[in-house]
Design a protein around this ligand. Structure first.
Ligand SMILES: [Zn+2]
Length: 310
């Protein structure tokens, strides 16, 4: 079974204005990187829009309606100091979440071994009733709930190697022992959550890194904390919040990873998914703000997924 690649043109039309780091060119850089012949074996599909009922498994109806109602006819509306909506942002967010949900459908039903969603806006900072940190809907949390509600998955894990802590995913999973959240991230850094002591009901595994930490500390965090916990949890499905802003060239943080580290962590997660989840992985693009580093890192991540599925 192939690796599925989902994206949608609407995700290019979400534009928070000149100079914003979470910009359409990010997705163009990813698309260019995945357009070369090494990626010919990908099964490429356009992301559908998420159904509101599926989004409302995580976000209250009044929140979803407030986001829709906030959509401007022209110009920008700011939801927080970092997060704006333009006239196409709501549609883009529905496609981003829809990609994640559709990818779960395809992987859980055996039509694809694994999947990568090249979408924006990202989602892991969106809390149940609060947009923040460039995020409107928490696509990865919605995908996890969808896997349970629509496909009978009993235990779903999210592993988040974005350089920022996924406070929204942690918030959504906090009191549910059948959902696992494991994260490496720089501390101190936005959004300020993600301390070792934040453990939910024993289902949250934070592994904060110090500014200037690199490959060794990153891999140690996975080998000593996140991977053993994930092994104990035994997921039916592994979701990845794949942010590539822990790359040494990224302008928003100071972690010093290279592409080799993203290959390594992807292969470790594939091994874990093979052991427990029949190889089922759905990976979603979160951050990554240096265009070249983002393109190279996404390429090695997707190549590893393709090698796992061939
Ligand atoms: Zn990030």
């Amino acid at each position: 079974m192939p690796t599925l690649l989902l994206t949608h043109p609407d995700c290019l039309l979400h534009d928070m204005g000149e100079g914003h780091p979470e910009r359409p060119d990010r997705l163009r850089a990813v698309a260019d990187a995945l357009s070369v012949s090494a990626f010919n074996a990908l099964k490429r599909e356009q992301a559908p829009s998420a159904d509101l009922a599926v989004i409302e498994r995580v976000h209250p109806e009044r929140y979803v309606e407030a986001i829709r109602a906030a959509s401007p006819k022209q110009g920008l509306v700011w939801l927080d100091p970092d997060t704006a909506m333009c006239p196409k942002s709501y549609d883009a967010a529905l496609r981003a979440t829809g990609a994640a949900v559709y990818a779960v459908d395809q992987v859980m039903s055996g039509k694809a071994d694994n999947a990568f969603c090249a979408v924006r806006p990202p989602g892991h900072h969106a809390e149940r009733a609060r947009a923040m940190g460039f995020c409107l809907f928490n696509s990865v949390a919605i995908a996890a709930e969808h896997a349970r509600a629509a496909h009978g998955a009993e235990r779903v894990a999210v592993v988040d190697f974005d350089v920022h802590h996924g406070n929204g995913t942690q918030d959504a999973f906090w009191s549910d022992e059948d959902l696992f959240y494991g994260s490496t991230h720089q501390m101190p850094l936005f959004p300020g959550t993600g301390a070792l002591s934040e453990t939910g009901v024993g289902n949250i595994f934070n592994a904060p890194l110090n500014p200037l930490d690199g490959s060794a500390r990153f891999r140690e965090a996975f080998q000593t904390r996140i991977l053993p916990a994930l092994h104990n949890f035994g997921p039916d499905l592994v979701l990845i919040s794949a942010g590539f802003d822990a790359h040494r060239e990224d302008p928003l943080a100071q972690i010093q990873l290279t592409e080799e580290d993203f290959t390594w962590v992807t292969e470790e997660l594939i091994e874990m998914a093979d052991k427990h989840a029949g190889g089922r992985i759905v990976s979603l693009l979160e951050g990554g703000y240096d265009l070249d580093a983002l393109a190279r890192s996404t390429a090695v991540h997707v190549l590893a997924l393709m090698q796992a599925s061939s």
